[in-house]
Design a protein. Structure first.
Length: 571
């Protein structure tokens, strides 16, 4: 729905145009009126306006001054000047703007309607998807680093919807090749300067990143991203193409990457020294001992991330290769290779904990996306259903991670009593209530289903409350401003959002309820009150009897006077 504001200091013109455009259904217009520039500016400050149909020659604030205010508040707004002025200085200034049209008042009403229709058509055309995509492509370089980081972080987190794809790499200017393995380095700043504020911290992170880029650029292709903990994750491949080395096989690939890892061992020490000496920042690194396929980067990232917590002696700043930790220390260091040999089931469950599904279930429940939620929940719970012992630490962590989030959701929305009555909330944090992990998983699934059902009921209840409130407000304020903006202010919602909710819940437009309520009240007043037609018009929200008469006759087929004479109760 587009918003049209009609502005003129002559009330008869404003009211006439207001009634005309309110009656043109195919334009889908929410129409507002202002009797001068000051009142128009009040509307501009209250809500978005898409089209302004205004006179130029008005006292206090003329149309050209109003135009400047319009474009200052809503640059995408279209302005149509409807004026008796044909003086060149007015026309010349108006047509300097791309989104301005000019119509003389001597034109008939059909011409005015035509120009408004053309303006609506232009707005519709401009917001088509292909135009938005085109504009996004033009602006993509501005946010390219954000897109690159978001894409690569999705891989690191194990997001199943993000896979290494060469076409995507090229589109986002990622200088890596999906056909070749990739080496990973994870680094963190060990200590920031004392009393470092947020901006100073970000500046130091950026400075470290610049030092890394300077030293790495000579020998390797790479991408540096920051994870959620402000740790540096570096994707690295040899600068030379592997195909240039001759016959490409597993041995030559390994040899090339061995050289790359050797280079990294040396250059990362140089980077550590440069960061310490130039900006006083200590930084630690962990390096993958060999290159991995892109499908393994999430596992490697989590392994290196955990390895950053491994310390030898009293040294704080470290530079560790992931194969230097012996197997007998693998549990302490979090070495995935050792875990594979000793506990394949544990490794499978540990991979679930590293996946992105834990954050997805939170996102999907909050957004009410039921099918996606249960798809992600099943991927989380399926691996623990077959675990034989209830003492398995990884299975417990998975169960309690989901349970804690559900408990947080229940507490935030005060659903404790309802859940307790329906399922028994006390079981949520008590694994001993269940005979096995399959039974515990089923409970989490049933609880989640109950939460979605309650969410739907609550949403319906809130929508019904808003609609009941608005309908009662409209009945009691028929003689006041009942614009969509004014009604939205009563329930603290965006006007467009309110319009959609009302339509979805009732099947009708809000304006239809307003008109039917006005008509019902008008009939009651005409039958039972000894009132003039003008007074009835005012009481149901019409400023002039002529506007009310047109509305009433269109709805009933007879004029208010005819209806009054036919139904008036005789004393």
């Amino acid at each position: 729905m587009y918003r049209l504001l009609i502005v003129d200091n002559e009330e008869i013109i404003v009211n006439h145009l207001y009634e005309i455009f309110r009656g043109i259904d195919h334009l889908d217009l929410d129409v507002y009126k202002a009797y001068g520039g000051e009142e128009a500016i009040e509307w501009l400050n209250r809500t978005r306006i898409d089209i302004v149909l205004t006179d130029i020659d008005m006292p206090h604030i003329d149309g050209l001054q109003l135009m400047e205010e319009i474009f200052r508040s809503w640059p995408q707004c279209r302005v149509i000047f409807l004026t008796g002025h044909s003086e060149f200085r007015y026309v010349y200034k108006a047509i300097q703007y791309q989104d301005v049209s000019y119509i003389l008042k001597t034109e008939d009403i059909d011409k005015v309607i035509q120009v408004v229709e053309e303006t609506v058509s232009k707005i519709r055309q401009e917001i088509k998807t292909e135009d938005l995509i085109r504009e996004a492509k033009e602006q993509i370089n501005i946010a390219l680093n954000l897109f690159q980081e978001d894409y690569l972080l999705g891989m690191l987190k194990g997001n199943r919807g993000i896979l290494a794809n060469q076409a995507q790499f090229e589109e986002m200017s990622i200088p890596l090749n999906v056909q070749w393995p990739v080496a990973l380095v994870v680094g963190k700043i060990d200590k920031f300067s004392d009393s470092t504020g947020y901006m100073q911290k970000m500046q130091q992170i950026y400075a470290v990143r610049q030092i890394m880029q300077r030293y790495l650029a000579t020998r390797v292709n790479f991408m540096i991203v920051l994870d959620d903990s402000h740790r540096f994750v570096i994707f690295i491949q040899p600068k030379e193409s592997l195909s240039a080395t001759g016959t490409v096989n597993e041995e030559t690939i390994q040899q090339t990457f061995n050289k790359t890892v050797s280079f990294l061992k040396g250059i990362l020490e140089v980077i550590q020294s440069a960061c310490q000496e130039t900006i006083g920042i200590p930084i630690s690194f962990t390096i993958g001992s060999q290159a991995d396929g892109w499908e393994s980067v999430s596992d490697k990232y989590h392994s290196l991330h955990h390895l950053l917590n491994y310390r030898i002696g009293l040294e704080n700043t470290v530079l560790l290769i992931d194969d230097v930790v012996s197997h007998d220390e693998s549990d302490e260091a979090g070495n995935v290779q050792g875990l594979k040999e000793e506990d394949p089931e544990g490794e499978r469950l540990a991979r679930v904990l590293k996946s992105n599904d834990l954050s997805l279930i939170e996102q999907y429940l909050e957004a009410g996306q039921r099918s996606k939620y249960f798809e992600a929940l099943e991927l989380l719970l399926a691996p623990i259903k077959d675990v034989r012992t209830k003492n398995n630490a990884f299975a417990q962590e998975i169960y309690y991670t989901v349970s804690l989030y559900l408990m947080s959701y229940i507490n935030r929305w005060a659903l404790n009593e309802k859940i307790e009555a329906q399922l028994g909330q006390n079981r949520l944090m008590r694994i001993d209530f269940f005979d096995n992990w399959s039974e515990a998983s089923l409970f989490l699934t049933e609880l989640s289903s109950a939460l979605f059902d309650m969410q739907k009921v609550e949403q319906k209840k809130r929508a019904d409350h808003i609609i009941d409130f608005l309908q009662e407000y409209i009945r009691n304020h028929l003689d006041e401003d009942l614009s969509l903006v004014r009604l939205a202010e009563q329930v603290y919602l965006n006007p467009s959002y309110l319009s959609r909710i009302y339509k979805q819940e009732t099947g009708n437009n809000l304006t239809e309820f307003i008109d039917s309520t006005r008509l019902m009240q008008a009939k009651r007043l005409l039958k039972n009150e000894n009132l003039r037609i003008g007074e009835v018009a005012r009481r149901v929200g019409y400023e002039t009897a002529s506007s009310f008469t047109r509305f009433f006759k269109k709805a009933t087929g007879c004029s208010p006077q005819e209806y009054k004479e036919k139904h008036m109760i005789q004393p």
